[in-house]
Design a protein around this ligand. Structure first.
Ligand code: PNS
Length: 162
């Protein structure tokens, strides 16, 4: 069975990678769907986010990366996917995640959301924390892949020189 792991990934961090790799042990294929959350303003474009995700998984044939603009359930219906994977870090995530899982279920009855708890060392980590630390000159090496760190530094420099 295939499963879809949707998210913004602005940018992808090691906590996401951990969830994807752990999920891939239980499914034949994990489709990482880089999407648009209408509530967010993005640092990286959709294509840049896709490329940063793809560059994490060249060695893993079970992981495929796609982009989609629109409702997640429309993509799932079209490709006959039923399982959505989402990571859960803390209780604070739960309200938002439950709302999303129930909305997706209402829109597409055949779907099920599976939650995977993040590893303890990643419970504080989010893409917004990563962006904030780098914007202010800090470093989170060990929490994001090297190529993501490089892209982040370049993006922030480019944003500042505008
Ligand atoms: O990483 P994020 O921002 O928490 O991911 C949220 C995302 C992109 C998975 C969610 O906003 C989404 O599914 N967007 C596509 C539009 C959609 O289907 N919305 C209905 C679900 S509430």
């Amino acid at each position: 069975m295939k499963a879809i792991y949707p998210g913004s990934f602005d940018p992808i961090a090691n906590g996401h990678i951990d969830i994807i790799e752990r999920a891939s042990e239980f499914f034949d294929e994990i489709v990482v769907a880089v999407m648009i959350n209408p509530k967010k303003k993005y640092l990286f474009s959709l294509e840049e986010r896709r490329k940063l995700v793809e560059d994490c998984f060249h060695d893993n044939k079970k992981i495929k990366v796609v982009t989609f603009e629109g409702l997640l359930v429309d993509y799932m219906r079209e490709h006959h996917y039923r399982v959505i994977i989402r990571g859960l870090r803390t209780l604070t995530d739960y309200g938002y995640e439950a709302q999303m899982a129930l909305t997706n279920k209402n829109l597409y009855k055949e779907s099920e959301t599976f939650f995977i708890h993040s590893e303890e060392k990643y419970t504080f980590l989010s893409s917004s924390i990563v962006r904030e630390v780098y914007f202010n000159g800090g470093s989170l090496s060990g929490y994001i892949p090297h190529h993501v760190e490089k892209a982040l530094v370049e993006k922030i420099q480019a944003t500042r020189s505008k």
